[in-house]
Design a protein around this ligand. Structure first.
Ligand SMILES: CC(=O)N[C@H](C=O)[C@@H](O)[C@H](O)[C@H](O)CO
Ligand SMILES: CC(=O)C(=O)O
Length: 299
């Protein structure tokens, strides 16, 4: 029988929402205060992975970037706006806009549907973007699945004079070390895997950009200070705590939606849910992770 009558639905249907979740600009100001005062975070990287940039329209990304820049003035040292899109034209439009709103820098991830077929092609794509905002420090957002970073940055200053560094979200320390040893002193490599930042600090990274710094920022600042004063025992202790938290979260299921809910719970602000296809985190999961957080990092 090709058309069985009995259909057994064993899973709860996904909640259907007719309208997409809207952006909420009004929480950005209070969130900046929270980051600065409670987390000791003085630089922000906006409209990236955690900000669900790939799920937002160009117009929404402009509104968000503008509000971040406006509210961060005098409070944050730098606002770096991620402007990467699948479309070169949209990316250029956002880069141009970032310059207009006086962002401190832009970052671009490689397009991920039509992936650049070589480092040369990617370099050309980045060059086309950077030339739209030639005065803004330019960071390449490196996620290793697309191309190797080292073949990309070799000679990049010749085609992108505004090039200032890499947001490095790879775990390969050899690749990271080669990147750091190649770059001139006025560039930065910012590390993007929060649970192993200490290893990257040893290799020489200049900073860190990570989703969990929304709520472990204050602890990571202590980790970095401990590292800088040579107190590796203390630095490791903090790193291991972050690892414990992240591995607990991964076991329960950790994604951008869960992170969003943790940002809600731990900031005490109502930042809202994520937008589909990112799913809202089940309340029980966020609560369990928050309890774990409280036990690892007691007040
Ligand atoms: C893929 C991804 O979102 N990476 C984030 C930043 O780049 C990290 O902050 C991770 O979320 C974090 O290291 C936890 O695994
Ligand atoms: C954390 C980060 O780097 C991002 O959201 O893109």
């Amino acid at each position: 029988n090709p058309c069985p009558k009995k259909q057994v639905i064993t899973r709860d249907p996904l909640p259907l929402k007719l309208k997409p979740i809207e952006i909420n600009l009004s929480v950005i100001g209070p969130y900046i205060d929270y980051l600065k005062e409670k987390q000791g975070v003085n630089n922000v990287f906006v409209n990236g992975t955690t900000g669900e940039s790939m799920s937002l329209s160009v117009e929404e990304r402009k509104l968000l970037a503008e509000e971040w820049c406006r509210k961060a003035k005098g409070k944050m040292d730098q606002v770096i706006v991620h402007v990467g899109c699948l479309s070169l034209k949209d990316t250029q439009e956002l880069a141009h806009h970032a310059a207009q709103i006086e962002a401190d820098g832009i970052a671009v991830i490689a397009p991920s549907f039509f992936k650049p077929s070589s480092a040369d092609v990617l370099r050309t794509f980045l060059q086309e973007v950077a030339s739209t905002a030639p005065t803004l420090p330019f960071y390449y957002y490196h996620v290793p699945s697309v191309t190797g970073v080292n073949e990309l940055i070799e000679g990049i200053e010749k085609v992108i004079p505004s090039f200032r560094g890499v947001k490095f979200s790879g775990s390969d320390l050899m690749d990271l070390g080669q990147c750091i040893s190649y770059i001139p002193p006025h560039w930065s490599v910012l590390y993007g895997i929060d649970e192993q930042l200490l290893g990257a600090l040893v290799m020489g990274v200049h900073g860190a950009v990570g989703s969990t710094y929304n709520y472990v920022g204050c602890h990571v600042n202590k980790l970095i200070s401990a590292f800088e004063t040579g107190d590796l025992v203390q630095a490791r202790t903090i790193q291991f705590k972050i690892q414990e938290l992240v591995s607990f979260a991964i076991k329960l299921g950790f994604d951008v939606g869960v992170n969003k809910q943790l940002m809600n719970e731990l900031s005490g602000l109502d930042l809202g849910p994520p937008r589909l296809p990112v799913m809202t985190c089940p309340a029980a999961r966020a609560l369990a992770i928050k309890q774990k957080y409280d036990s690892i990092f007691p007040e």
